[in-house]
Design a protein around this ligand. Structure first.
Ligand SMILES: Cc1ncc(COP(=O)(O)O)c(C=O)c1O
Length: 470
Protein backbone atom coordinates (compact mmCIF):
# COMPACT_ATOMS: atom_id res chain seq x y z
CA UNK A 1 0.00 0.00 0.00
CA UNK A 2 1.40 3.38 -0.99
CA UNK A 3 0.84 6.00 1.65
CA UNK A 4 1.85 9.30 0.09
CA UNK A 5 -0.05 12.12 1.75
CA UNK A 6 0.75 15.71 0.89
CA UNK A 7 1.60 17.17 4.27
CA UNK A 8 2.50 20.81 4.56
CA UNK A 9 3.89 22.03 7.88
CA UNK A 10 3.36 25.64 6.84
CA UNK A 11 -0.40 25.33 6.54
CA UNK A 12 -2.49 26.54 9.45
CA UNK A 13 -4.26 23.20 9.46
CA UNK A 14 -2.48 20.86 11.93
CA UNK A 15 -0.58 17.95 10.40
CA UNK A 16 -2.70 15.35 12.06
CA UNK A 17 -5.82 16.81 10.43
CA UNK A 18 -4.12 16.79 7.03
CA UNK A 19 -3.14 13.16 7.52
CA UNK A 20 -6.57 12.16 8.79
CA UNK A 21 -8.24 13.84 5.81
CA UNK A 22 -5.89 12.07 3.45
CA UNK A 23 -6.77 8.66 4.92
CA UNK A 24 -10.46 9.50 4.97
CA UNK A 25 -10.42 10.24 1.24
CA UNK A 26 -8.37 7.16 0.45
CA UNK A 27 -10.78 4.94 2.39
CA UNK A 28 -13.92 6.57 1.00
CA UNK A 29 -12.70 6.27 -2.56
CA UNK A 30 -11.73 2.63 -2.02
CA UNK A 31 -8.08 3.27 -2.78
CA UNK A 32 -7.46 1.80 0.64
CA UNK A 33 -9.90 -1.12 0.63
CA UNK A 34 -12.06 -2.56 3.42
CA UNK A 35 -10.26 -4.75 5.95
CA UNK A 36 -6.86 -3.40 4.92
CA UNK A 37 -4.39 -3.12 7.76
CA UNK A 38 -2.91 0.39 8.08
CA UNK A 39 0.82 0.77 8.70
CA UNK A 40 1.78 0.78 12.35
CA UNK A 41 2.22 4.16 14.03
CA UNK A 42 5.93 3.64 14.45
CA UNK A 43 6.42 2.54 10.83
CA UNK A 44 4.44 5.42 9.35
CA UNK A 45 6.14 7.97 11.59
CA UNK A 46 9.46 6.69 10.28
CA UNK A 47 8.34 6.65 6.64
CA UNK A 48 6.84 10.14 6.71
CA UNK A 49 9.41 11.66 9.09
CA UNK A 50 6.76 13.05 11.38
CA UNK A 51 6.06 12.44 15.05
CA UNK A 52 4.28 9.36 16.31
CA UNK A 53 1.83 11.64 18.10
CA UNK A 54 0.70 13.13 14.80
CA UNK A 55 -0.03 9.67 13.40
CA UNK A 56 -1.69 8.65 16.64
CA UNK A 57 -3.98 11.67 16.46
CA UNK A 58 -4.91 11.02 12.87
CA UNK A 59 -5.68 7.38 13.63
CA UNK A 60 -7.68 8.33 16.68
CA UNK A 61 -9.79 10.65 14.60
CA UNK A 62 -10.38 7.90 12.03
CA UNK A 63 -11.23 5.50 14.85
CA UNK A 64 -13.63 7.96 16.41
CA UNK A 65 -15.40 8.48 13.12
CA UNK A 66 -15.66 4.77 12.40
CA UNK A 67 -13.38 4.53 9.35
CA UNK A 68 -11.00 2.14 11.01
CA UNK A 69 -11.02 -0.18 13.98
CA UNK A 70 -8.29 -1.23 16.34
CA UNK A 71 -7.56 -4.92 16.90
CA UNK A 72 -5.65 -5.73 20.02
CA UNK A 73 -1.99 -6.53 19.43
CA UNK A 74 -2.62 -6.53 15.71
CA UNK A 75 -3.10 -2.93 14.55
CA UNK A 76 -5.57 -0.65 12.80
CA UNK A 77 -7.86 -1.99 10.06
CA UNK A 78 -10.24 -0.29 7.64
CA UNK A 79 -13.84 -1.25 8.43
CA UNK A 80 -16.12 -2.87 5.88
CA UNK A 81 -17.13 -0.03 3.68
CA UNK A 82 -20.48 -1.29 2.30
CA UNK A 83 -21.88 -0.34 5.67
CA UNK A 84 -22.23 3.35 6.40
CA UNK A 85 -19.19 4.28 8.48
CA UNK A 86 -20.60 7.56 9.73
CA UNK A 87 -22.65 6.03 12.53
CA UNK A 88 -22.56 8.73 15.15
CA UNK A 89 -23.30 11.89 13.29
CA UNK A 90 -24.10 15.12 15.03
CA UNK A 91 -25.14 17.78 12.52
CA UNK A 92 -23.31 17.10 9.27
CA UNK A 93 -21.45 14.11 7.89
CA UNK A 94 -18.42 16.36 7.40
CA UNK A 95 -18.06 17.20 11.07
CA UNK A 96 -19.00 14.30 13.34
CA UNK A 97 -18.30 14.76 17.03
CA UNK A 98 -15.17 12.92 18.12
CA UNK A 99 -15.89 10.14 20.57
CA UNK A 100 -13.87 9.96 23.73
CA UNK A 101 -11.01 7.55 23.58
CA UNK A 102 -9.19 6.07 26.52
CA UNK A 103 -5.98 6.53 24.61
CA UNK A 104 -6.47 10.25 24.13
CA UNK A 105 -3.37 11.94 25.36
CA UNK A 106 -3.53 15.55 26.52
CA UNK A 107 -1.08 17.50 24.41
CA UNK A 108 -2.11 21.04 25.35
CA UNK A 109 -3.16 21.67 28.93
CA UNK A 110 -4.57 25.13 29.58
CA UNK A 111 -4.45 24.66 33.35
CA UNK A 112 -4.61 27.98 35.15
CA UNK A 113 -2.31 26.96 38.00
CA UNK A 114 0.59 26.02 35.75
CA UNK A 115 3.49 28.45 35.75
CA UNK A 116 6.27 28.81 33.19
CA UNK A 117 8.76 26.21 34.38
CA UNK A 118 11.18 26.82 31.51
CA UNK A 119 11.98 30.27 32.86
CA UNK A 120 12.09 29.38 36.52
CA UNK A 121 15.41 30.69 37.93
CA UNK A 122 16.60 27.28 39.13
CA UNK A 123 20.20 28.38 39.45
CA UNK A 124 19.44 31.48 41.51
CA UNK A 125 17.00 29.60 43.70
CA UNK A 126 19.65 26.94 44.23
CA UNK A 127 22.14 29.62 45.28
CA UNK A 128 19.70 30.90 47.91
CA UNK A 129 18.99 27.32 48.97
CA UNK A 130 22.70 26.65 49.46
CA UNK A 131 23.11 29.89 51.37
CA UNK A 132 20.22 28.82 53.61
CA UNK A 133 22.21 25.82 54.75
CA UNK A 134 25.33 27.90 55.22
CA UNK A 135 23.73 30.71 57.22
CA UNK A 136 22.96 29.17 60.59
CA UNK A 137 21.95 25.60 59.86
CA UNK A 138 21.69 24.39 63.44
CA UNK A 139 19.33 27.14 64.50
CA UNK A 140 17.18 26.48 61.43
CA UNK A 141 16.42 22.95 62.57
CA UNK A 142 14.12 24.20 65.31
CA UNK A 143 10.60 25.59 65.24
CA UNK A 144 10.56 29.17 64.03
CA UNK A 145 8.45 32.27 64.57
CA UNK A 146 4.76 31.38 64.64
CA UNK A 147 3.82 34.29 62.38
CA UNK A 148 6.65 33.51 59.97
CA UNK A 149 10.35 34.41 60.06
CA UNK A 150 10.73 38.08 60.89
CA UNK A 151 13.34 38.84 58.20
CA UNK A 152 11.12 37.32 55.54
CA UNK A 153 8.13 39.27 56.80
CA UNK A 154 10.21 42.45 56.59
CA UNK A 155 11.14 41.63 52.98
CA UNK A 156 7.54 40.81 52.01
CA UNK A 157 6.07 43.88 53.71
CA UNK A 158 8.56 46.15 51.99
CA UNK A 159 7.71 44.56 48.63
CA UNK A 160 3.97 44.91 49.28
CA UNK A 161 4.29 48.57 50.22
CA UNK A 162 6.24 49.41 47.09
CA UNK A 163 4.54 47.23 44.50
CA UNK A 164 0.98 46.82 45.66
CA UNK A 165 0.56 49.98 47.76
CA UNK A 166 -0.40 47.83 50.74
CA UNK A 167 -0.17 49.60 54.11
CA UNK A 168 1.68 47.11 56.17
CA UNK A 169 4.31 46.47 58.76
CA UNK A 170 6.07 43.16 59.18
CA UNK A 171 4.19 42.71 62.47
CA UNK A 172 0.87 42.53 60.66
CA UNK A 173 1.95 39.72 58.37
CA UNK A 174 1.11 36.10 59.01
CA UNK A 175 2.52 33.46 56.68
CA UNK A 176 0.67 30.27 55.87
CA UNK A 177 1.05 27.22 53.66
CA UNK A 178 -1.39 28.33 50.97
CA UNK A 179 -4.41 30.55 50.77
CA UNK A 180 -6.73 27.89 52.16
CA UNK A 181 -4.62 27.61 55.30
CA UNK A 182 -4.91 31.36 55.81
CA UNK A 183 -8.63 31.26 55.06
CA UNK A 184 -8.97 28.71 57.86
CA UNK A 185 -7.13 30.99 60.24
CA UNK A 186 -9.31 33.92 59.20
CA UNK A 187 -12.43 31.85 59.79
CA UNK A 188 -11.31 31.23 63.35
CA UNK A 189 -10.66 34.92 63.83
CA UNK A 190 -13.92 36.18 62.38
CA UNK A 191 -15.98 33.25 63.64
CA UNK A 192 -16.12 34.89 67.05
CA UNK A 193 -18.63 37.37 65.74
CA UNK A 194 -19.86 36.30 62.35
CA UNK A 195 -20.87 33.04 60.72
CA UNK A 196 -21.85 34.37 57.31
CA UNK A 197 -19.54 35.28 54.51
CA UNK A 198 -20.41 36.83 51.15
CA UNK A 199 -18.51 35.85 48.02
CA UNK A 200 -18.47 36.76 44.38
CA UNK A 201 -20.72 34.58 42.21
CA UNK A 202 -18.84 32.97 40.49
CA UNK A 203 -15.89 32.95 42.85
CA UNK A 204 -12.86 30.97 43.99
CA UNK A 205 -14.07 27.55 45.06
CA UNK A 206 -10.83 26.77 46.94
CA UNK A 207 -11.68 29.32 49.60
CA UNK A 208 -15.41 28.65 49.46
CA UNK A 209 -14.76 25.03 50.47
CA UNK A 210 -12.95 26.22 53.58
CA UNK A 211 -15.79 28.56 54.58
CA UNK A 212 -18.34 25.83 54.04
CA UNK A 213 -16.36 23.12 55.80
CA UNK A 214 -15.99 25.34 58.83
CA UNK A 215 -19.74 25.85 58.96
CA UNK A 216 -19.96 29.35 57.51
CA UNK A 217 -22.98 30.23 55.46
CA UNK A 218 -21.70 31.37 52.05
CA UNK A 219 -23.83 34.06 50.40
CA UNK A 220 -23.18 34.38 46.67
CA UNK A 221 -23.26 37.98 45.45
CA UNK A 222 -23.78 38.55 41.72
CA UNK A 223 -21.16 40.31 39.65
CA UNK A 224 -21.58 43.33 37.45
CA UNK A 225 -19.32 44.43 34.58
CA UNK A 226 -17.04 46.07 37.14
CA UNK A 227 -17.12 43.38 39.81
CA UNK A 228 -19.15 42.66 42.92
CA UNK A 229 -22.62 44.19 43.14
CA UNK A 230 -22.24 46.26 46.31
CA UNK A 231 -25.98 46.96 46.59
CA UNK A 232 -26.63 43.23 46.72
CA UNK A 233 -23.94 42.93 49.36
CA UNK A 234 -25.79 45.53 51.44
CA UNK A 235 -29.02 43.57 51.06
CA UNK A 236 -27.39 40.27 51.99
CA UNK A 237 -26.82 41.34 55.57
CA UNK A 238 -23.36 39.71 55.56
CA UNK A 239 -20.62 41.43 57.56
CA UNK A 240 -17.71 39.70 55.88
CA UNK A 241 -16.97 39.55 52.18
CA UNK A 242 -14.22 37.68 50.35
CA UNK A 243 -13.30 39.21 46.98
CA UNK A 244 -10.67 39.24 44.21
CA UNK A 245 -10.86 42.90 43.11
CA UNK A 246 -7.71 43.19 41.00
CA UNK A 247 -8.46 40.26 38.71
CA UNK A 248 -11.77 38.73 39.61
CA UNK A 249 -11.57 34.96 39.84
CA UNK A 250 -12.58 33.47 37.49
CA UNK A 251 -14.10 36.11 35.19
CA UNK A 252 -11.18 38.51 35.40
CA UNK A 253 -12.76 41.95 35.64
CA UNK A 254 -10.91 44.67 37.57
CA UNK A 255 -12.83 46.59 40.19
CA UNK A 256 -12.43 50.32 39.47
CA UNK A 257 -11.51 52.79 42.19
CA UNK A 258 -15.03 54.23 42.48
CA UNK A 259 -16.44 50.83 43.30
CA UNK A 260 -13.58 50.10 45.69
CA UNK A 261 -14.50 53.25 47.58
CA UNK A 262 -18.16 52.17 47.65
CA UNK A 263 -17.15 48.83 49.08
CA UNK A 264 -14.97 50.46 51.72
CA UNK A 265 -17.91 52.68 52.64
CA UNK A 266 -20.06 49.56 53.04
CA UNK A 267 -17.46 48.18 55.45
CA UNK A 268 -17.28 51.44 57.38
CA UNK A 269 -21.04 51.81 57.73
CA UNK A 270 -21.71 48.17 58.60
CA UNK A 271 -18.71 47.24 60.70
CA UNK A 272 -17.88 45.01 57.76
CA UNK A 273 -14.67 43.18 56.95
CA UNK A 274 -13.30 42.72 53.44
CA UNK A 275 -10.94 39.86 52.64
CA UNK A 276 -9.03 40.98 49.55
CA UNK A 277 -7.37 38.08 47.70
CA UNK A 278 -4.71 39.58 45.42
CA UNK A 279 -3.62 36.18 44.08
CA UNK A 280 -2.07 37.35 40.81
CA UNK A 281 -1.81 41.13 41.28
CA UNK A 282 1.85 41.10 40.18
CA UNK A 283 0.88 40.49 36.59
CA UNK A 284 -0.91 43.36 34.96
CA UNK A 285 -0.02 43.78 31.31
CA UNK A 286 -1.89 46.72 29.87
CA UNK A 287 -3.25 49.78 31.53
CA UNK A 288 -2.14 51.24 34.82
CA UNK A 289 -1.32 48.99 37.77
CA UNK A 290 -4.23 48.80 40.16
CA UNK A 291 -3.22 49.54 43.76
CA UNK A 292 -4.62 47.21 46.36
CA UNK A 293 -7.97 47.86 47.99
CA UNK A 294 -6.25 47.55 51.35
CA UNK A 295 -4.06 50.56 50.48
CA UNK A 296 -7.17 52.73 50.05
CA UNK A 297 -8.62 51.71 53.39
CA UNK A 298 -8.07 54.09 56.29
CA UNK A 299 -10.30 52.31 58.79
CA UNK A 300 -8.59 48.95 59.11
CA UNK A 301 -11.44 46.98 57.54
CA UNK A 302 -9.46 45.01 54.96
CA UNK A 303 -7.45 41.82 55.28
CA UNK A 304 -5.02 41.62 52.37
CA UNK A 305 -4.12 38.09 51.22
CA UNK A 306 -1.41 37.24 48.69
CA UNK A 307 0.45 34.18 47.47
CA UNK A 308 3.73 33.16 45.86
CA UNK A 309 1.94 30.44 43.89
CA UNK A 310 1.63 32.46 40.67
CA UNK A 311 4.59 34.77 41.00
CA UNK A 312 7.11 32.10 42.03
CA UNK A 313 5.77 28.54 42.28
CA UNK A 314 2.82 26.80 43.89
CA UNK A 315 5.09 24.07 45.30
CA UNK A 316 6.70 26.43 47.81
CA UNK A 317 3.29 26.68 49.54
CA UNK A 318 3.73 30.18 50.78
CA UNK A 319 0.99 32.74 51.15
CA UNK A 320 0.51 35.64 53.52
CA UNK A 321 -2.21 37.69 55.15
CA UNK A 322 -1.88 41.29 56.29
CA UNK A 323 -4.11 41.58 59.33
CA UNK A 324 -5.76 44.88 60.26
CA UNK A 325 -5.46 45.99 63.87
CA UNK A 326 -8.80 44.52 64.94
CA UNK A 327 -7.82 41.00 63.86
CA UNK A 328 -4.15 41.31 64.75
CA UNK A 329 -4.91 41.89 68.43
CA UNK A 330 -7.21 38.88 68.46
CA UNK A 331 -4.65 36.76 66.63
CA UNK A 332 -1.87 37.74 69.01
CA UNK A 333 -3.98 37.08 72.10
CA UNK A 334 -5.76 33.95 71.11
CA UNK A 335 -3.85 32.20 68.35
CA UNK A 336 -0.29 32.15 69.46
CA UNK A 337 -0.77 28.43 69.96
CA UNK A 338 -0.99 27.96 66.18
CA UNK A 339 2.26 26.70 64.72
CA UNK A 340 3.65 28.17 61.53
CA UNK A 341 2.75 25.92 58.58
CA UNK A 342 5.50 26.97 56.15
CA UNK A 343 8.86 25.24 56.31
CA UNK A 344 11.43 27.42 58.01
CA UNK A 345 14.05 26.40 55.48
CA UNK A 346 11.90 27.53 52.56
CA UNK A 347 11.18 30.78 54.34
CA UNK A 348 14.88 31.42 54.76
CA UNK A 349 15.56 30.58 51.11
CA UNK A 350 12.86 32.97 49.95
CA UNK A 351 14.17 35.67 52.25
CA UNK A 352 17.66 35.37 50.75
CA UNK A 353 16.21 35.23 47.26
CA UNK A 354 14.29 38.45 47.91
CA UNK A 355 17.15 40.26 49.64
CA UNK A 356 19.56 39.44 46.80
CA UNK A 357 17.33 41.31 44.31
CA UNK A 358 16.53 38.09 42.41
CA UNK A 359 12.87 38.26 43.33
CA UNK A 360 12.40 41.67 41.67
CA UNK A 361 14.41 40.51 38.63
CA UNK A 362 12.35 37.34 38.41
CA UNK A 363 9.10 39.30 38.58
CA UNK A 364 10.19 41.77 35.90
CA UNK A 365 11.23 38.93 33.63
CA UNK A 366 8.12 36.85 34.19
CA UNK A 367 5.91 39.84 33.60
CA UNK A 368 7.40 40.26 30.14
CA UNK A 369 7.17 36.55 29.38
CA UNK A 370 3.59 36.22 30.55
CA UNK A 371 2.61 39.41 28.77
CA UNK A 372 3.91 37.96 25.53
CA UNK A 373 2.01 34.72 26.10
CA UNK A 374 -1.10 36.63 27.05
CA UNK A 375 -0.94 38.80 23.94
CA UNK A 376 -0.29 35.83 21.65
CA UNK A 377 -3.18 33.96 23.23
CA UNK A 378 -5.55 36.85 22.57
CA UNK A 379 -4.25 37.38 19.04
CA UNK A 380 -4.59 33.68 18.23
CA UNK A 381 -8.08 33.49 19.66
CA UNK A 382 -9.03 36.55 17.69
CA UNK A 383 -7.45 35.29 14.49
CA UNK A 384 -8.54 31.64 14.66
CA UNK A 385 -11.83 31.70 16.56
CA UNK A 386 -12.88 35.07 15.29
CA UNK A 387 -16.51 35.80 16.14
CA UNK A 388 -17.16 32.43 17.74
CA UNK A 389 -15.87 33.34 21.18
CA UNK A 390 -15.65 36.41 23.33
CA UNK A 391 -12.74 36.89 25.75
CA UNK A 392 -13.23 38.33 29.23
CA UNK A 393 -10.82 39.16 32.00
CA UNK A 394 -7.81 39.87 29.85
CA UNK A 395 -4.85 42.13 30.66
CA UNK A 396 -3.89 40.53 33.95
CA UNK A 397 -2.96 37.26 35.61
CA UNK A 398 -2.31 33.89 34.08
CA UNK A 399 -5.70 33.02 32.69
CA UNK A 400 -8.56 34.41 30.63
CA UNK A 401 -12.14 33.24 30.28
CA UNK A 402 -13.81 32.71 26.92
CA UNK A 403 -17.52 32.80 26.30
CA UNK A 404 -18.28 30.39 23.50
CA UNK A 405 -21.01 31.00 21.03
CA UNK A 406 -22.42 27.49 21.24
CA UNK A 407 -25.50 25.59 22.36
CA UNK A 408 -23.31 23.01 24.09
CA UNK A 409 -22.69 23.31 27.82
CA UNK A 410 -19.22 24.21 29.13
CA UNK A 411 -18.75 20.65 30.39
CA UNK A 412 -19.63 19.25 26.95
CA UNK A 413 -17.16 21.62 25.30
CA UNK A 414 -14.47 20.54 27.77
CA UNK A 415 -15.21 16.95 26.82
CA UNK A 416 -15.08 17.66 23.09
CA UNK A 417 -11.77 19.49 23.52
CA UNK A 418 -10.36 16.56 25.45
CA UNK A 419 -11.05 14.14 22.63
CA UNK A 420 -8.74 16.33 20.56
CA UNK A 421 -6.01 16.31 23.17
CA UNK A 422 -6.73 19.77 24.56
CA UNK A 423 -7.54 20.16 28.24
CA UNK A 424 -9.56 23.23 29.07
CA UNK A 425 -11.59 23.97 32.19
CA UNK A 426 -15.18 24.85 32.85
CA UNK A 427 -16.11 27.41 35.49
CA UNK A 428 -19.00 25.28 36.73
CA UNK A 429 -17.43 24.62 40.14
CA UNK A 430 -17.01 28.30 40.77
CA UNK A 431 -20.74 28.88 41.04
CA UNK A 432 -22.83 28.29 44.13
CA UNK A 433 -26.00 28.36 42.10
CA UNK A 434 -25.71 26.38 38.94
CA UNK A 435 -24.91 28.63 36.08
CA UNK A 436 -27.76 29.36 33.67
CA UNK A 437 -25.29 28.78 30.87
CA UNK A 438 -26.80 30.95 28.19
CA UNK A 439 -23.21 31.11 27.05
CA UNK A 440 -20.75 28.45 28.13
CA UNK A 441 -17.65 29.79 29.86
CA UNK A 442 -14.23 28.18 29.59
CA UNK A 443 -11.11 29.01 31.59
CA UNK A 444 -7.85 29.11 29.69
CA UNK A 445 -4.64 29.29 31.69
CA UNK A 446 -1.60 30.15 29.59
CA UNK A 447 1.30 30.31 32.05
CA UNK A 448 2.54 26.76 31.57
CA UNK A 449 2.37 26.62 27.77
CA UNK A 450 4.98 27.85 25.30
CA UNK A 451 4.03 30.41 22.64
CA UNK A 452 3.89 27.63 20.03
CA UNK A 453 1.78 25.42 22.27
CA UNK A 454 -0.64 28.27 22.87
CA UNK A 455 -1.03 28.80 19.14
CA UNK A 456 -1.32 25.11 18.27
CA UNK A 457 -3.59 24.44 21.24
CA UNK A 458 -6.04 27.16 20.21
CA UNK A 459 -6.02 25.95 16.62
CA UNK A 460 -6.76 22.44 17.72
CA UNK A 461 -9.45 23.64 20.10
CA UNK A 462 -11.07 25.56 17.30
CA UNK A 463 -11.01 22.52 15.00
CA UNK A 464 -12.64 20.46 17.74
CA UNK A 465 -15.34 23.03 18.48
CA UNK A 466 -15.97 24.09 14.89
CA UNK A 467 -19.09 21.93 14.37
CA UNK A 468 -20.60 23.20 17.60
CA UNK A 469 -20.49 26.96 17.21
CA UNK A 470 -23.87 28.59 16.82
C1 LIG B 1 -8.44 33.24 43.68
C2 LIG B 1 -7.23 32.47 44.07
N1 LIG B 1 -6.64 32.72 45.22
C3 LIG B 1 -5.53 32.08 45.60
C4 LIG B 1 -4.96 31.13 44.79
C5 LIG B 1 -3.67 30.47 45.21
O1 LIG B 1 -3.83 29.67 46.27
P1 LIG B 1 -2.55 29.10 47.07
O2 LIG B 1 -1.90 30.26 47.74
O3 LIG B 1 -3.18 28.17 48.03
O4 LIG B 1 -1.68 28.41 46.11
C6 LIG B 1 -5.55 30.81 43.61
C7 LIG B 1 -4.95 29.78 42.76
O5 LIG B 1 -5.32 29.49 41.69
C8 LIG B 1 -6.71 31.49 43.21
O6 LIG B 1 -7.30 31.24 42.05
Amino acid sequence: MNIIPKLDKHLKKPLYIQLYQYFKEEIRSGRIPSFKRLPSIRQLAGDLHISKTTIQWAYQQLLAEGYIESKERSGFYVVEMESQPFGHIFGSSEQPIPSPSEETEIVYDFYMSHIDVDHFPFQKWKTSLNQTMLSDPKELLFYGDRQGELELRIAISSYLRQSRAVNCLADQLVLGAGTQTLARLLCHLIGHEEQKVAMEEPGYEGVRHVFQLLGFQVIPIPLEEDGLNVDELHKSGAKVVYITPSHQFPLGMVMPVAKRMKLLKWAEENGGLIIEDDYDGEFRYHGKPIPSLQGLDVNGNVVYVGTFSKSLMPAVRMSYAVLPERLLTLYQHSYQGYDQTVSRLHQKTLQLFMESGEWERHLRRMKKIYQKKHDILLQTIHHVMNGSVHVTGQNAGLHVVIKINSDKTADELVHIAKTSGVQVYSTTNNWVYKQKEETPLILLGFGGLSIEEIQEGIERLHEAWLPFYR
